[in-house]
Design a protein around this ligand. Structure first.
Ligand code: DC
Length: 230
């Protein structure tokens, strides 16, 4: 039987990491884990509990005091091979994807004690292997010994259009410019935060999917997986 690999997919916001990660997990019979969902859930908690201002200032002393009591859970959908995100007993899968959360998540995900807690959870979830995890620091911090590291990217324009179409389809009332501004802001904040900034691991394979179809991209990544399994 093939070895159960740990596959890390990092990259910029909205470049299709989760789409390809889900498809790959399905094809390999692996579990897909969305690390961004965890940071989004903590951000939703901050919003719902008045711990973050409009300008992104987080009440860190209060958050630090309660962070270990915040229960982030996942229920596993065996057919889709994906987890659905829960926050303190509430299913929050849709709520954590709104632009309100997207606009604030970089301020929460840059906090050291938040990251420590999430990284611990991510390592526990991936301990057995047979996983595809996507995020920003999976290949650099969470699983530095991952069997395969992909660094995905695409132009801001392509990414904004994809995210805009997605939000429109869900009935979220946003403009294209708003979505593009959010993506650019998150790129900047993700790359410039002090702790675990987004960067390409030295041994990551770069996949720029600006001009690739989903199928082409998946084929390329499956080829890389097969090389690692040999
Ligand atoms: O992948 P995403 O867009 O759902 O992630 C939401 C935010 O969480 C993103 O702006 C950066 C942060 N994040 C992070 O700091 N580290 C990760 N491993 C995953 C996400």
């Amino acid at each position: 039987m093939d070895k159960k690999l740990v596959i890390a997919i990092d990259g910029f916001s909205s470049c299709g990491k989760s789409t390809v990660a889900k498809e790959l997990a399905k094809q390999l019979g692996y579990t897909y884990i969305d690390s961004g969902a965890m940071y989004r859930a903590v951000t939703l908690y901050c919003i719902e509990n008045g711990l973050i201002d409009d300008d992104g200032t987080v009440n860190e002393p209060v958050l630090e005091a309660v962070v270990s009591t915040i229960k982030i859970g996942f229920t596993y959908d065996a057919d889709a091979r994906v987890y659905k995100t829960w926050l303190n007993g509430q299913l929050v899968e849709d709520k954590i994807r709104t632009i309100g959360v997207s606009n604030k998540v970089s301020y929460v995900s840059k906090i050291g004690f938040v990251r420590e807690q999430m990284v611990e959870l991510q390592r526990q979830m991936g301990a057995e292997g047979g996983i595809v995890m996507d995020g920003r620091d999976i290949g650099t911090v969470v699983f530095p010994n991952a069997d395969l590291k992909i660094f995905m990217t695409a132009s801001v324009k392509v990414r904004a259009q994809r995210r805009y179409d997605e939000l429109q389809a869900k009935g979220d009332n946003v403009t294209f410019d708003e979505v593009a501004a959010n993506i650019e802001q998150r790129d900047y904040l993700d790359q410039h935060r002090d702790i675990s900034p987004l960067r390409q691991a030295d041994d990551a394979v770069v996949v720029d999917n600006s001009n690739l179809t989903r199928e082409q991209q998946l084929t390329e990544i499956v080829r890389l997986v097969e090389q690692r399994q040999k």
